[in-house]
Design a protein around this ligand. Structure first.
Ligand SMILES: [Zn+2]
Length: 304
């Protein structure tokens, strides 16, 4: 019995000594250490609290899988493997910059003119207000990939009706298309963009993903679609499929344009995205197609 007591006493003393020493030494360094540890905790949640629901959706993760072509995805290939997405991305611990808003940097403070309605211009220089969310979002009644859910299946009413008509027309022509991601909140885009930056670095991420506020998906007027022939992934090879060609030839009939054509990559700053449809109304979609110029330039001239 005594032995244990003695042993315990010395253990306690030892513990105390060690503890004191440790604490003293540690305090100073703590700051440094903490940062790193955060990274380990990958869970995305840090960024958006609300997004938990969204996170399930794979936007982020998808990309990895999808990848036939490097940076294809403007957003995330929602459709695919939902599982992976979130995990990897979260870690972003944004080192230096500010947490959420950082994204804005590139933009030079230009705010989108919402008075333009369905012609609102959102690009790398012009952003939607952080708190902007269309008041007329409604579910688009079309087939979506299984990983799409909630708000991501919604669009502004006029655009929702248009994509429904487009899908009916596509189906009538034998096309097999599904929506993968429509509306995206600012908060969701924050997660997504940060995840991409963590994975590929900011410079690369900028080529295929919009910074928060700069995504057309936040406008409720954009939707990503893909076909069974490419396993509903957001890949540039969609453009070579029957469905991709159909979209290029007929989207304008329903008021949509392929927003980021290959020939205007340098001008828009985005890689070719045959899956990203932007609604601007039938009249303007036909004009943009006929003019063969990016929406940015078309609107610049239209506004004069
Ligand atoms: Zn898109």
């Amino acid at each position: 019995m005594r032995h244990p007591s003695v042993w315990m006493v010395s253990s306690v003393l030892t513990f105390m000594l060690v503890g004191c020493t440790t604490n003293e030494q540690a305090e100073p360094k703590e700051p440094t250490t903490q940062t790193p540890s955060n990274e380990d905790q990958p869970v995305v949640q840090p960024n958006d609290s609300e997004s938990n629901p969204n996170m399930e959706e794979p936007d982020a993760s998808q990309e990895e899988p999808v990848t036939e072509e490097p940076a294809t995805t403007d957003e995330p290939v929602d459709e695919q493997p939902p599982t992976t997405l979130e995990p990897a991305p979260e870690p972003e611990p944004a080192p230096s910059e500010e947490p959420t808003d950082k994204a804005a940097p590139e933009a030079e403070g230009k705010i989108a003119n919402l008075d333009l309605g369905t012609l609102v211009l959102v690009n790398k220089q012009i952003a939607l207000p952080e708190n902007y969310k269309p008041s007329d979002l409604v579910p688009a009644q079309i087939d979506f990939v299984s990983t799409a859910s909630g708000e991501r299946k919604m669009m502004r009413a006029e655009a929702a009706r248009a994509i429904e008509a487009l899908m009916l027309g596509a189906k009538a022509d034998g096309m097999d298309l599904k929506g993968t991601s429509a509306f995206r909140s600012y908060a969701y885009q924050v997660q997504l963009f940060n995840a991409y930056v963590a994975r590929d670095g900011k410079e690369q991420a900028m080529k295929y993903s919009a910074q928060p506020g700069h995504s057309e998906h936040q406008s409720g007027l954009a939707i990503d679609v893909s076909s069974a022939s490419v396993n509903y992934q957001l890949t540039q090879s969609l453009g070579q499929t029957t469905e991709g060609k159909w979209l290029a030839d007929h989207a304008h009939e329903y008021g949509f344009i392929i927003r980021y054509p290959r020939q205007f990559e340098a001008e828009t700053g985005y890689m070719y995205e045959p899956w990203h449809l932007r609604y601007i109304g039938i009249e303007h979609a036909a004009k943009v197609r006929a003019a063969n110029e990016p929406l940015d330039r078309y609107l610049e001239e239209y506004m004069k």
